[in-house]
Design a protein around this ligand. Structure first.
Ligand SMILES: Cc1ncc(COP(=O)(O)O)c(C=O)c1O
Length: 392
């Protein structure tokens, strides 16, 4: 049967996280493994009301095929949020509604990558981006990210030696590490890329979830002709809507729309209309502020417990927003072995390995803090600390 499939699908591994999540279905396990937003904040009633209003006001129209670019009302709302929140002047016509930002990654792969093309990706990097791009069989060039952002020396080297078409970044509260690029780092990255044909993808599903620090400058301001922005409603409203967007310069947008049409004609029009109604009738800033206040407390609880219970010699990022933090164990300790030990104590996390394009094991791991309350976080970190001690 193996011969029946394309090389492209045979070469891409199953999502490791989905495999891990199967283990954590057991309700007695404290799971820091998932990457889900907290369902307590899904605006169930408000979306129900918006849905009723859409059906009452627009009837059959919202059940018809629609245009590939997306509902103009929703694109106008996104444009307005960029203006208000980020001081960015982005016309609704430069926005393409996508089926989650995950589809944005696929459309970019489709539009830019031939087999063997060079692509720069953060290390560690978002697993879903590695998977989406891998289908187009590029040559991955991982460039490390650490506190403060991307390793610009390594970036400069790759840019000199290869001609990468894409540079994939999550500059705010990165998945998996929680780190953010500083303004200086963003400027240095933009300086290196500007003038080349490399496109910076700034994937920003977490940017609105800031609980401390100051908002940072966008690549759209620093290198506008070389930047594509990806956004998402998954973490601010609800992921099941599967609605995100993409902002691209006009020359690139034309090609992306062809890719979009070939992929699915358009994103769910009914969902777009419901979301548009919801955004028109509700204060999304107040809603996001509620989420941020809770995630901020949960992050503090996790950092506090790590400081209290983890043995010395373990490093941990301290994110200013988002849903994840990143642990670096002593060099000789395997996070895969720790995963096995931790499951015995009924606590789960994601080992760092799948966030690298070329590693079989690692001494790093990702912890999610958005889905557990503070007492559960403290108990889970205690158990994890015991597992680390046993393995040491
Ligand atoms: C960095 C990053 N990009 C994209 C996505 C996909 O999000 P969406 O639900 O918008 O497809 C995720 C989801 O977790 C993510 O962490």
């Amino acid at each position: 049967m193996e011969n029946a499939f394309s090389d492209r699908i045979n070469d891409v591994p199953k999502s490791f996280i989905r495999e891990i999540l199967k283990v954590t279905i057991d309700a007695s396990i404290i799971s820091f493994a998932g990457g889900l937003p907290n369902r307590a904040f899904f605006p169930v009633k408000a979306l129900q009301k918006a849905s009723n209003a859409v059906f009452e006001q627009a009837g059959a129209e919202v059940l018809q095929y629609a245009n590939s670019e997306g509902y103009i009302g929703l694109r106008e709302q996104i444009s307005e949020r960029y203006r208000k929140r980020d001081g960015l002047d982005i016309a609704p016509e430069d926005i393409l509604i996508t089926t989650g930002s995950q589809q944005g990654l696929d459309l970019l792969g489709k539009t830019f990558l031939n087999e063997g093309d060079d692509l720069i990706i953060e290390e560690p990097g978002y697993l879903g981006a590695i998977q989406a791009f891998a289908l187009y069989r590029p040559r991955f060039h991982p460039v490390p990210v650490g506190e403060g952002g991307m390793d610009t020396e390594k970036l400069s080297l790759v840019l000199q030696e290869r001609s990468p078409k894409l540079l994939y970044t999550v500059t705010n509260f990165q998945n998996p590490s929680g780190i953010s690029y500083s303004n200086e780092n963003r400027k240095a990255v933009a300086d290196l890329v500007q003038g080349s044909s490399c496109i910076i993808i700034q994937d920003d599903p977490y940017g609105a979830l800031r609980f401390s620090g100051e908002p940072k400058i966008s690549f759209k301001q620093l290198a506008p002709d070389n930047t594509v922005l990806l956004g998402s409603f998954s973490k601010t409203v609800a992921p099941a809507l599967r609605l995100g967007w993409l902002v691209a310069p006009p020359g690139i947008m034309d090609k992306l729309i062809i890719a979009k049409q070939a992929a699915d004609l358009h994103s769910d029009y009914l969902a777009q209309r419901i979301l548009h109604r919801y955004l028109a009738d509700n204060d999304i800033d107040a809603h996001v502020a509620t989420i941020v206040a809770q995630y901020g407390k949960q992050k503090e609880a996790m950092i506090g417990a790590i400081n209290d219970f983890f043995p010395a010699g373990i490093q941990c990022t301290n994110p200013e927003g988002g849903m994840f933090l990143w642990i670096t164990l002593p060099e000789t300790m395997s996070s895969m072995a720790l995963f096995e030990a931790a499951i015995q104590k009924k606590v789960a996390f994601v080992p760092g390995t799948p966030f690298y394009v070329d590693r079989k094991d690692s001494n790093t791991l990702r912890l999610n803090f958005s889905c557990s309350d503070e007492p559960t976080i403290v108990e889970g970190i205690k158990r994890l600390a015991e597992s680390i001690r046993e393995l040491s």
